[in-house]
Design a protein around this ligand. Structure first.
Ligand code: HEC
Ligand code: HEC
Ligand code: HEC
Ligand code: HEC
Ligand code: HEC
Ligand code: HEC
Ligand code: HEC
Length: 546
């Protein structure tokens, strides 16, 4: 009751504020969507008119995206249902939705990176990452429509709990699927754990935020466990997963009320607003301005950041970045860091030269290497950071220039932005050739293949030296060399590992920043060699002493 009367007072105040402002500027009141009086809603929801009134979505009814508004108007505690399905936006934005739903049939599902020709082939991969969860399954990315489902199915995440109802025939599905129309839980009611050999239960609630925002109204800022928020960092992830259905909701990048560009990923917003002002974005003179809004009507805060203009470097960086999303270890105290700690939802937004120090300052490491005993980092996919300050970036080229070409609809002649974010090899003419006017398709592909082979080759070399370093540890530990030498070599292992792991996990590096990839991978080799020398010297003096 108390809450209702409080809202009624706010309703009046907001209504007068709004109509006053409209009158003062001599503007007409916004169009009333069919069925409901938008001013009634505006009255109780003060921030919404600021977004909706006067925007490109001003004529779009609240009921286009919120169900159960009648019950809500009769009793505001009856929470309306918010439609989160991209298909709902697609009802009015057909071209964007259909392009978003396009499949890349050239990229098979569950295509292991550790195959001989992959970015991180075995036997090096499993040895260098032992015993990390990513050694259970680590795939090349495929179409966005599958981002959520693939996360639920992968062998490292839920221990084999979730399986497709139709078995392997699920591989022939296309377009966006609602996860729970396809999957089933083989172990309902049981705790999160590895159910089958060869699997791991490494998923946690933060991982899901890089696939879906179905939980946008049920999750407080940074996933803090606060009263009223249904899900948090410490929730049971197998239960939370069952509440999620859609990959890449359109409102990740578009504010549904104003239709303006925005970002919603809390870890990114935290990085962009942290007092240290230490991210690539802070140091970029041409960085897009942001406006952070605190929202939330049910007693806890959530945040969004509106952008002054489209900036796919930030919008894609909601997921195509390095972020920490798992428990770990404090390298100073050796104590475990659990999901209750906010460091488990953290975006560094630093480049490869600054990442090792960033995690040392943050006092965080992901795992302890099974052979060397070094505390190491597991990278996610630092695509935006790799791209930042590349030659293309400095020339003002954005992710969307190469991954979201402008197309013309054959039927209507309408221009639109393709939302099929895939490998640009699928639309070289509409991307590369628009700027590299002197090239033809064949030349553009030749440029890509040349760079890909060159950088992949450097990665293989860095792996060789890192593997050699790991093998040296076995020899040195077997001989019982001094702890001081092992510690010095472990520090080298951490740094050499960072300059290799970054490039096995980032996507498209050979095109995004070939110079940085090459320099960093060469750095990895040099550091591995320094580590090898430390251990060789220690082994020699131990043998001499014997
Ligand atoms: C009398 C005040 C009042 C009016 C009028 C009102 N609301 Fe609400 N609304 C509330 C309150 C209070 C809540 C929080 C309910 C809760 O705690 O679950 C809420 C919650 C919501 C939510 C849910 C947010 C969430 O976190 O899930 C939506 C969506 C919403 N309102 C939309 C509308 C729309 C659309 C209208 C107009 C048709 C409207 N409201 C009219 C008071 C009002
Ligand atoms: C195009 C779809 C769309 C339309 C139209 C729309 N909403 Fe929403 N609304 C959403 C989505 C999606 C969310 C979830 C939060 C977000 O995306 O920021 C939301 C969240 C909300 C919330 C919760 C905000 C908070 O503080 O956390 C309220 C209240 C709300 N809408 C009211 C309205 C009202 C009132 C209207 C009509 C004036 C309206 N919405 C029109 C899609 C829409
Ligand atoms: C009921 C129809 C309807 C729904 C549902 C709807 N929109 Fe819109 N949208 C419109 C209309 C009408 C416009 C304004 C005309 C235009 O630009 O096409 C618009 C404009 C936009 C624009 C701005 C286009 C520009 O030129 O800048 C974006 C972005 C957008 N909508 C995204 C969304 C998203 C995301 C959703 C779902 C959360 C959504 N829309 C749901 C009808 C709708
Ligand atoms: C990862 C971010 C992202 C997501 C998710 C996203 N969009 Fe967009 N959208 C963009 C960008 C970037 C543009 C291009 C802006 C520009 O170049 O002016 C755009 C443009 C648009 C426009 C403006 C008209 C046009 O074609 O240029 C509409 C409408 C739109 N998107 C609808 C949608 C719908 C519907 C969905 C969900 C199916 C969606 N978007 C999902 C980033 C996104
Ligand atoms: C909500 C998180 C999210 C956002 C935002 C996002 N992506 Fe992705 N992207 C993913 C995930 C997850 C995958 C892998 C999906 C899978 O394998 O099932 C992926 C896959 C891809 C792929 C490989 C697709 C293929 O056909 O093989 C490309 C290219 C890509 N994303 C580019 C982009 C670009 C460019 C943007 C910004 C305009 C963007 N993504 C925004 C999460 C995201
Ligand atoms: C100058 C064009 C260009 C720009 C700008 C660009 N990319 Fe790419 N990207 C490429 C090319 C070309 C490839 C594929 C390289 C290959 O196949 O050898 C690629 C590959 C990718 C992939 C992996 C696709 C796959 O097949 O596995 C992802 C994901 C991706 N880019 C995301 C991004 C993001 C996010 C941004 C912005 C931060 C971005 N790209 C900016 C050209 C670009
Ligand atoms: C929006 C315009 C634009 C698009 C789209 C674009 N480029 Fe470029 N590209 C440039 C400009 C400008 C430069 C020169 C940057 C410089 O040297 O300062 C450049 C430079 C390059 C370079 C040299 C980079 C280096 O690090 O030396 C390569 C290789 C290249 N482009 C390939 C491609 C390919 C392949 C595509 C398509 C996937 C593509 N570009 C798409 C504008 C573009």
């Amino acid at each position: 009751m108390e809450r209702k009367s409080m809202f009624a007072a706010a309703a009046l105040a907001a209504f007068f504020l709004f109509s006053g402002a409209a009158l003062a500027q001599g503007k007409k009141a916004p169009a009333r969507p069919a069925g409901i009086d938008v001013n009634t809603c505006y009255g109780c929801h003060a921030p919404i008119p600021e977004f909706h009134a006067g925007s490109k979505h001003k004529g779009v009814s609240c009921a286009s995206c919120h169900d159960g508004v009648d019950k809500h108007l009769a009793d505001s505690a009856q929470r309306p249902v918010t439609r989160t399905d991209p298909a709902n936006c697609g009802g009015c934005h057909k071209l964007q939705f259909e392009s978003f739903a396009t499949m890349n049939w050239n990229r098979p599902a569950r295509f292991e990176k550790s195959q001989m020709t992959g970015p991180s082939p075995n036997p090096a991969w499993d040895k260098l990452m032992m015993p990390h969860g990513f050694t259970r399954e680590h795939n090349l990315p495929r179409s966005h429509a599958f981002a959520l489902m693939d996360q639920l199915l992968i062998d490292r995440a839920f221990g084999g709990r979730f399986q497709p109802k139709i078995g392997w025939q699920y591989l022939a599905l296309s377009g966006p699927q609602k996860a729970w129309e396809v999957l089933e839980d083989l172990y309902p009611g049981q705790d999160h754990k590895a159910f089958k050999p060869g699997t791991a239960a490494a998923a946690n609630p933060v991982c899901l935020s890089c696939k879906t925002q179905d939980h946008i109204l049920d999750w407080a800022y940074l996933g803090d466990p606060v009263p009223g928020a249904k899900w948090s960092r410490t929730s049971k992830v197998n239960e939370m997963a069952k509440d999620m259905n859609h990959a890449l909701n359109c409102y990740f990048c578009h504010d549904p009320h104003s239709a303006g560009p925005r970002v919603v990923r809390d870890g990114l917003i935290q990085a962009l607003t942290r007092p240290e002002k230490d991210t690539l974005w802070h140091k970029d003179a041409r960085a897009t301005k942001i406006q952070v809004k605190d929202l939330g009507v049910r007693g806890f805060t959530r945040k969004i950041a509106l952008l002054e203009k489209y900036d796919s470097k930030l919008q894609c960086a909601q997921c195509h970045v390095e972020y920490n999303c798992n428990p770990g270890t404090d390298p100073e105290s050796g104590k475990p860091i659990g999901m209750a700690d906010a460091r488990t939802n953290h975006f560094p937004m630093k480049d490869v030269w600054n990442i090792a120090k960033h995690y040392t300052d943050l006092k965080f490491r992901d795992f302890r290497h099974a052979i060397t005993g070094a505390l190491l980092w597991k990278s996610q996919h630092p695509d935006a950071e790799t791209y930042w300050n590349s030659k293309h970036d400095k020339a003002g080229v954005q992710c969307q220039n190469c991954h979201m070409p402008k197309l013309t609809d054959k039927k209507t002649g309408k221009r639109y932005t393709s939302h099929w974010q895939t490998n640009p090899r699928h639309y070289v003419k509409e991307t590369c050739l628009g700027c590299h006017a002197g090239w033809n398709e064949k030349k553009a592909l030749y440029v890509m293949d040349s760079l890909a082979g060159h950088i992949q080759g450097k990665t293989r070399k860095a792996e060789f030296w890192l593997t050699r370093l790991v093998d040296k540890f076995e020899e040195a530990i077997g001989l019982g060399v001094d702890e001081a030498a092992l510690k010095a070599a472990r520090d080298k292992h951490y740094e050499a590992h960072v300059h290799w792991e970054w490039w096995t996990s980032t996507n498209g590096a050979s095109m995004h920043n070939p110079d940085q990839a090459k320099e960093s991978l060469n750095r990895s080799m040099a550091i591995s060699q320094e580590g090898i020398k430390i251990l060789d010297d220690a082994v020699k003096s131990k043998r001499a002493a014997k």
